[in-house]
Design a protein around this ligand. Structure first.
Ligand code: SF4
Length: 112
């Protein structure tokens, strides 16, 4: 089954799961599909086969401690809406946590 799962050109086989947990909630056999998909996604990353959109996003979080870097347009809009300023994340702390998971080493294979 590994070749069917990992060697497919369709990364949606694994990465299409959005971890919504719906299947876990309704499965009468209590099969935790979300966990299975998470394991498969981790295996895909370790094989260097994760889709670019995933590795790019992971690297962005590794470098900026957030998925979407703050932009002046967003800050202006928040000011207009009288929303509080968003606190800057502690990049060093987030990086340290992610390095403990060996994320950067796992993403190296992809070389994006
Ligand atoms: S958690 Fe289950 S129901 Fe939700 S997307 Fe993933 S496989 Fe589908």
């Amino acid at each position: 089954m590994k070749s069917k799962i990992f060697d497919s050109d369709d990364s949606f086989n694994i990465w299409g799961c959005t971890v919504c947990d719906t299947c876990d909630e309704v499965c009468p056999q209590k099969v935790e599909l979300t966990e299975i998909f998470t394991i498969l996604k981790n295996m895909s990353v370790e094989r260097g086969e994760a889709p670019d959109y995933y590795t790019t996003q992971a690297l962005t979080i590794l470098e900026n401690a957030k998925a979407i870097p703050m932009q002046p347009a967003i800050e202006r809009r928040r000011e207009q809406l009288k929303l509080p300023k968003i606190m800057e994340p502690d990049i060093a702390e987030v990086k340290k946590l992610l390095e403990a998971t060996k994320l950067s080493k796992k993403l190296v294979k992809k070389e994006i």
